[in-house]
Write a protein that binds this ligand. Structure first.
Ligand SMILES: *[C@@H]1O[C@H](CO)[C@@H](O)[C@H](O)[C@H]1NC(C)=O
Length: 997
């Protein structure tokens, strides 16, 4: 089975046939004896349906015919026929649902088709050519669904392969035109999806989605009772998208909406389309809460004191939904998605659920409610009730949740995996809440979604997957990935996630392999950048402005991405521009603009504190970028004559607390008086790795802030950048020329002279060393001199110490440079395999290019005592210890994986150096059940940083050593290790990787 699927996946690349992501491919665009014509010679093969099939299948067949027309320019006819119809046609496409379409049942019996592979299988389908399927038809391509959605998914699956993207309407991806379309006679098939209910949750939908929908789907006033714009015109567009993505489940918008009240047609149409409706974790019994309760509820939202009224309220929800496909949310939270009152205890909540099942029993007139789909979502504090022993009936699906930041809080443990109701996952790519909202643009890595959700598959949480997609639009690809993974997780693994993004880019834009690969990398880079820290959490000093060239390097990468995207955008054909803008260009330019704006503001603040005139340029640049940020929003809104007006309404600049600001406001900037010279003279000198500036007093020059000693630059042989810089800048309006000289032949300064003026207010002088000429330790003096008209010469000396470190010629591994040793986790010297488990690379996961985690993870949750499990070894060479005290400090950068294997099995790993004993780290502190540890929250917490820094101290003499990382518990993800030998400075990402010999 696996090899077969891999083969199918390879076909996506090998053959210029159909492109459909993660599916078996059966469409082709040139005929052969093994193909069946859908469109050829300008003629479309007619589609035959049966009047007694599901109306939702009939409806999807209309889409299918329109898709064929969009691709091939000819629309096939659609006809209801019966076995008795007089037909005299050579070819037909027969579509229908097994056991429902009398036509399909007739074909099955007439042609003696074997349908056992799909019979009774949830959402499965087969399709293939059948000769003489019916009297009067020579040959037909027969598309058979095992049930309603099996037929619908079969049709949309073929549409996608023919060239119609699921995002044709929602992201304006044009159909990929082919004058002729064929299918392989052997056809396509699909068994039941891995995850039974695969859905999305529209949430946090104000301002963007709601304002947009108000303009596009109403005449300016929303629903009478709620003002909601989300009526059936809106929802039918959404239902179609969900089905095209092979999803089947929806939690509707709730902020000021009530799905079944806002437009009574919506609920009927959902069922007609084939969408299973639910309500969110906080809305029991198919009623929007608190909206509907506030409108119709009597008394307090309290099951203990107001049981009669609450019961009647829920009964209405059940009655109203009774005739449709639903999953009933059980349980109860406080109004407004808040915890229930502290007085709500376990027996109280058990009584709520018993009462709700009683309602189902009477509404559905059955004593057995176990066949009615029900779900209890263990969101936030609700999980605490469960962990404290609350009992829920076995047939109720337990919906586990993430921490709202993509880290699943708990997976079913072995003893929980055999419940008849199974388990599911509620996951987020958008969130409103602590430590700060993130709901502007795409910021989740697909490699991380894969890592968490594939673990959910391993641990049997496959009954329901629901993704909080916020306003939907900015998260097109992540949404598709989530649903695609749920459809068939078996074809995706840690090593082929890039092929998903590549296939997605190819399907949407149909560019050359090189350009498609470039888009793939752009998507990985932009989501990596935004997942390091959500755009909403950036500030002017997130990235270090002085250490490790961190801010500059971040900007360089973003600038390159911006240029690459702009080049593709300008060259892509006009009909694809709107799609490219929404899916690639906007997220990249918006990300670059915002980051550049924040970093410019930071540089402005720093330069001003250093009395440097160039601060003013950064002030102007910050303002320009603040405007450019809005220009990008306007450009999005003006696409296609305003089709997506308001979709980028989300504010995202300057937060005063966790909630969205009511307007974007300019980051704080300042200016230096440009007409007056700084007190020490026309020249300002600033050094890499320092916030200080010379000459003159500055608290960053030395601790006491005045009479500071001559500044010192220390530089060593293995510093990763190979040079260090000195900025010469204007300290006011007066132009000057400068010289930079040293008293050592081994020290090179480049440039060694220059001119500074208000028009050219700074020059960067790089210092580099010819190590062949330096003894163990080289001392030099750098002299800077500035000459301005009618002023005395201004000078500044700098002491330069060159540390000629060296390692034995036979050493291989990472070498200390610039104060420490920094190692990307994937770059181990060796690793070991124990019991078949080994630390394996997770490409595109985390802050840098990859991470490592023990694989296979399996379901058995195997663990090891420290020092006995699979290990990673990193050889390194050190020259120093912290303040010469014999110690080094090791910081492991681990992903914020939570204690999801149960309270008694916290995540952990161990670290050792050489043959010393391993130090074990359980890095997620225990928390009250249902809560997260304190260290998770806050602007410097695990969630905001999207990393946990784990520190260990070791006594290690300078020399060659081996650092070992040991598996203790499964699912730990290591991204990077930094060994501080005394000189590691503050930064967001840690020092760049050390030189490896
Ligand atoms: C087939 O019959 C159904 C049920 O009467 C109807 O809704 C549908 O429009 C018909 N389809 C065509 C193509 O005539």
């Amino acid at each position: 089975m696996l090899t077969y699927w891999h083969l199918a996946l390879l076909l996506l690349y090998a053959v210029r046939t159909a492109l459909a992501i993660g599916q078996q491919s059966c469409a082709t665009f040139s005929p052969s004896p093994q193909t069946f014509s859908i469109v050829s010679n300008g003629k479309a093969t007619p589609i035959l349906l049966s009047a007694d099939d599901w109306p939702g299948v009939q409806r999807a067949a209309f889409d299918f015919a329109s898709d064929i027309q969009a691709v091939a320019g000819v629309k096939p006819s659609l006809r209801n026929v019966t076995a008795n119809s007089t037909l005299n046609i050579p070819l037909a496409i027969v579509v229908g649902t097994l056991g429902k379409s009398s036509l399909v049942d007739q074909v099955v019996s007439h042609a003696k088709l074997d349908v056992s592979s799909i019979q009774g299988s949830w959402e499965a389908f087969i399709a293939r050519e059948v000769k003489n399927p019916l009297p009067g038809v020579e040959s037909a391509y027969v598309v058979i669904g095992a049930d309603k959605r099996g037929s619908i998914f079969a049709l949309y699956d073929h549409s996608e392969q023919f060239g119609q993207s699921p995002w044709n309407w929602w992201a304006d991806v044009p159909a990929n035109k082919h004058s002729e379309v064929f299918v392989l006679s052997s056809g396509c098939s699909h068994g039941s999806p891995v995850v039974k209910y695969r859905g999305i949750f529209l949430n946090d939908e104000q301002p963007a989605l709601q304002n947009w929908a108000m303009e596009k789907f109403t005449n300016g006033t929303g629903a009478p009772l709620t003002g909601s714009p989300f009526n059936h015109f809106f929802y039918t567009k959404l239902f179609e998208l969900i089905l095209r993505l092979k999803g089947n489940y929806l939690w509707p918008a709730i902020w000021s909406s009530a799905f079944a009240v806002d437009d009574p047609e919506s609920q009927v149409l959902a069922d007609w389309y084939g969408i299973v409706m639910g309500t969110s974790h906080e809305e029991p019994m198919m009623r929007s809460t608190p909206i509907e309760w506030n409108l119709f509820g009597q008394g307090a939202w309290n099951y203990t004191t107001n049981r009669q009224n609450v019961t009647e309220f829920w009964t209405v929800g059940a009655e109203r939904a009774k005739n449709f496909e639903n999953i009933f949310t059980l349980g109860m939270r406080g109004l407004g998605d808040l915890p229930l009152s502290p007085t709500m205890d376990i027996p109280g909540l058990e009584a709520v659920i018993a009462g709700q099942r009683q309602i189902l029993s009477s509404v559905f007139n059955t004593s057995d409610v176990t066949n009615i789909s029900q779900m209890w979502c263990l969101y936030k504090e609700v999980q605490g009730y469960y962990e404290a022993g609350m009992q829920v009936p076995d047939d109720v699906t337990l919906l586990w949740t993430d921490d709202n930041w993509g880290n699943i809080r708990r997976f079913p443990i072995v003893s929980e995996r055999n419940r008849t109701g199974g388990a599911g996952i509620y996951y987020h790519v958008d969130y409103v809440g602590d430590p700060r909202d993130y709901k502007w643009i795409t910021s989740s890595q697909v490699a991380k979604i894969w890592e968490q959700m594939s673990l959910a598959v391993d641990r049997n949480a496959t009954r329901i997957w629901i993704l909080n997609v916020g306003d939907l639009k900015p998260y097109e690809m992540s949404t598709e990935f989530f649903l695609t993974l749920g459809w068939n997780s078996s074809i995706w693994n840690r090593n082929n996630i890039d092929s998903f993004v590549n296939a997605w880019a190819k399907r949407e834009f149909q560019l050359s392999a090189t350009d498609t690969q470039e888009i793939t990398e752009l998507i990985f880079n932009v989501t990596r950048f935004n997942d390091r820290r959500k755009p909403e959490l950036l500030n002017s000093t997130t990235y270090s402005l002085v250490n490790y060239r961190e801010a500059e390097n971040a900007l360089d990468l973003l600038e390159n991405m911006s240029k690459a995207s702009a080049r593709l955008y300008s060259s892509i054909s006009p009909e694809k521009k709107a799609a490219f803008f929404q899916l690639v260009q906007h997220p990249i330019q918006a990300t670059y603009t915002l980051a550049n704006m924040w970093i410019s503001a930071g540089i402005n603040n720093l330069r001003a504190s250093q009395a440097r005139l160039s601060a003013n340029n950064y002030a102007n640049q910050t303002e320009a970028l603040f405007d450019q940020d809005y220009d990008l929003e306007v450009e999005y809104h003006q696409l296609l004559n305003g089709k997506w007006d308001h979709m980028m309404d989300q504010t995202h600049v300057m937060y005063y607390y966790w909630q969205q600001p009511q307007a974007n406001t300019l980051p704080l900037i300042t200016k230096v008086q440009a007409r007056k010279q700084a007190l020490p003279g026309p020249m300002r000198v600033a050094l890499e790795n320092s916030l200080g500036a010379w000459p003159g007093d500055n608290p960053n020059d030395c601790a006491q802030g005045y009479s500071c000693p001559t500044p010192v630059i220390t530089f060593d042989r293995f510093a990763p950048f190979g040079n260090v810089f000195i900025d010469i800048g204007a300290g006011g309006p007066n132009s000057f020329t400068f010289t930079a000289t040293s008293n050592a032949t081994w020290l090179k300064l480049s440039p060694s002279k220059g001119s500074i003026s208000p028009q050219n207010p700074e020059t960067r002088v790089f210092a580099s060393v010819d190590w062949n000429e330096v003894p163990d330790l080289g001392y030099a003096q750098i002299s800077l001199a500035a000459m301005a008209t009618n002023q005395p010469m201004e000078t500044q000396d700098i002491i330069f110490i060159a540390n000629h470190t060296s390692v034995p010629s036979n050493f291989t591994g990472f070498v200390e440079g610039d104060g420490g040793i920094s190692i990307e986790a994937a770059h181990a010297s060796r690793n070991t395999t124990i019991d078949g488990i080994t630390w394996a690379v997770l490409p595109n996961h985390g802050r840098i290019s990859s991470a490592v985690s023990p694989f296979p993870r399996g379901g058995n949750e195997q663990n090891f005592t420290a020092g006995s499990g699979p290990s990673l070894e990193y050889d390194f060479y050190s020259f120093n210890t912290i303040q010469g005290n014999g110690n080094v400090s090791v910081t492991s950068f681990v992903s914020p994986t939570l204690n999801a294997n149960g309270d008694d099995r916290p995540v952990g790993f161990a670290v050792s150096i050489d043959s010393g004993g391993p130090q074990t780290n359980y890095f997620i502190p225990a928390a009250i059940p249902g809560n997260l540890p304190d260290a998770w929250d806050g602007l410097d917490g695990f969630a905001a940083n999207n990393i946990v820094y784990v520190n260990n101290t070791f006594s290690v003499a300078p020399g060659a050593h081996t650092l070992k990382i040991w598996m203790v518990e499964p699912t730990v993800i290591l991204q990077k290790v930094v060994i501080d030998t005394g000189g590691v400075r503050p930064s967001y990402l840690g020092p760049p990787e050390s030189i490896r010999l």
